[in-house]
Design a protein around this ligand. Sequence first.
Ligand SMILES: [Zn+2]
Ligand SMILES: [Zn+2]
Length: 136
Amino acid sequence: MMKRISKYNTKQRKAISSYLISLQGKHTTAAQIASYFKSTGSPIGIATIYRQLDTLVQDGRVAKFTLDGVSGACYQYISEDPKSNETHLRCEKCGAVLHIQCELVDSLPQHMYEEHGFRINTMKTVFYGKCSNCMD
Ligand SMILES: [Zn+2]
Ligand SMILES: [Zn+2]
């Protein structure tokens, strides 16, 4: 059976990519994308968003960050600017997922690789702890 690529699908994929590009390296989730398109008056179904994101990930244009079973995945348009890395912090008390940009953490994978012979999978790495709201 031939796989048909409808014009409609391509249009939605373009809309999703340009939204991801507009975030300039910031992460988003499928649910956030859904609520964004709902707010623009041309909603896209969540199943379609997941499907389009999968295609963009396969094409190597979007990075998928797998956090844990609870928080779902984050998506980021892959830009040429390597400084746009975001690190995930997860609060064990309230469950909040925080995104930070930190030069020290950015240098960690290289250090681990060179000094300890271990390649960190940054797409799956989450730091667990307590957020500032939950600290005693
Ligand atoms: Zn994220
Ligand atoms: Zn917290």
